[in-house]
Design a protein around this ligand. Structure first.
Ligand code: ATP
Ligand code: AH0
Length: 397
């Protein structure tokens, strides 16, 4: 059946080969994935890869998080970081095209690096015009601002992608992404898509492990598995009004940072075990209207056996990594931003009242074709004219 969502009936929409690029709150690098989609259906998954940040760039970005509220977009600290960050994204696109044996995709979805996320304001850095010129590909970026301007949370944005993946799966079911921050997409028995950030993912644990061992994360949960949960500290960490707040809701990477002071008397191993329990218990306390029968876990946290054991212990319902469904849990967020880029181009919603609290289904993202070579520019103009009423925003070039 042909359905109409946005401007173009589904049956006549083009197949777009997208590259989605996500650099998440863990600050570990750029994930890149190829996805073919018409903005509604996921037609083909392509290859994916990760380009890690250098320790120097990671440290630079980490220090920007602490200063973000005091910086303006034209501050040299931001400009310099944006250049370095964008060039790594361009490298990721080139490496992925090489891996896939493709020249260039139709469209890139460039999330950018979140350096600040608070009520009424969200800030992802990255230079979309530089990326478009470097890759000779139209780029959709700035995915979250339209939702925030419309009084939504601006996050999470993965739910419509998760819902598209789960279209034929029996509800109630949840996808849990455990990145720096953790977020859930819940499909209720009646098909409603609910979502929110649940609490910390790996970020607090990463910071704790870095402070105590110099490593950037607790590989295979080795440290946490040696420790014991301190229940008194855990309850203090959970004594935060965020957990009782109804959905939808979202978080900054640093939202729970002050709570790290409660761990000061714990050994490295007990602190790690307690932070693992904090992540899992925060998910368990998420006020969902009914309990999922199955949880599918994606993001780097699913590689941590201590975390997976804590989810299995504290959540009702069966807990699986998303590989159980044949998905790639390391590529999912990058694929999501390819999917959302296609939706943006077609003027389709990226968020719903039940996923970000935005009053109406909301599209978003901005398109730049800056610096494209003339042939490519013509091909893009035709595609855009055929498929959408989205205005072509030319940011230079
Ligand atoms: N083998 C492993 N053992 C333990 N933890 C791991 C392992 N592999 C990855 N991780 C954890 O996963 C994190 C990276 O997760 P991911 O790539 O999903 O983050 P992200 O993309 O920044 O997330 P988000 O955007 O969702 O916040 C690492 O910082 C680390 O904590
Ligand atoms: C503001 C921001 O970048 N939020 C990220 C972050 O990382 C996980 C969680 O917090 C989620 O809300 C979101 O990313 C995913 C991709 C999302 O929008 O669904």
């Amino acid at each position: 059946m042909t359905t109409t969502q946005g401007n173009t009936p589904t049956a006549t929409r083009p197949e777009l080969v997208t590259i989605g690029l996500m650099s998440g709150t863990s600050l570990d690098g750029v994930d890149a994935a190829i996805l073919t989609t018409n903005g509604t259906d996921i037609l083909r998954h392509g290859p994916s890869l990760t380009v890690p940040y250098t320790p120097e760039l990671r440290a630079r970005l980490r220090s920007l998080l602490d200063k973000a509220t005091t910086l303006s977009a034209d501050d040299p600290l931001i400009r310099d970081a944006e250049q370095a960050l964008t060039d790594i994204h361009a490298q990721a696109v080139a490496a992925l095209c090489h891996k896939a044996g493709k020249s260039v995709p139709d469209l890139i979805g460039f999330h950018g690096q979140t350096i600040l996320h608070e009520p009424g304001r969200t800030w992802q850095i990255g230079d979309a015009a530089r990326l478009a010129a470097a890759t000779n590909t139209p780029v959709i970026h700035d995915f979250r601002s339209a939702d925030v301007r419309a009084r939504g949370e601006g996050a999470p944005l993965a739910p419509l992608y998760h819902a598209a993946l789960l279209r034929n799966h029996a509800p109630p079911v949840a996808v849990l992404n455990v990145g720096g921050v953790a977020n859930v997409t819940f499909i209720a028995t009646d098909g409603t898509i609910l979502a929110c950030d649940t609490g910390p993912g790996n970020a607090l644990l990463d910071d704790w492990v870095h402070q105590h061992t110099g490593q950037s994360y607790d590989q295979d949960g080795a440290l946490a598995l040696k420790g014991c949960v301190n229940d008194a500290v855990l309850e203090r960490l959970l004594d935060n009004p965020f957990f009782a707040r109804p959905l939808p809701k979202s978080l900054d990477r640093l939202s729970f940072h002050k709570g790290m002071a409660y761990l000061s008397d714990l050994s490295a191993a007990d602190g790690a075990a307690t932070l693992v329990a904090f992540t899992a218990e925060a998910v368990a306390r998420t006020p969902l209207p009914e309990q999922p029968t199955e949880w599918f876990v994606c993001g780097g946290g699913r590689h941590n056996p201590a975390l997976m054991a804590a989810f299995a212990q504290r959540l009702s319902g069966i807990v699986h990594p998303v590989e159980h469904l044949g998905w790639d849990g390391d590529a999912l967020e990058a694929e999501c931003f390819g999917f959302l880029a296609a939706r943006s181009l077609l003027g389709l919603p990226l968020s719903l009242p039940t996923t970000t609290g935005v009053p109406h289904p909301q599209t978003g993202g901005r398109l730049t074709c800056a610096g494209l070579l003339p042939d490519r520019m013509r091909a893009c103009a035709l595609l855009i004219a055929e498929q959408t009423a989205t205005p072509l925003i030319r940011t230079g070039g």
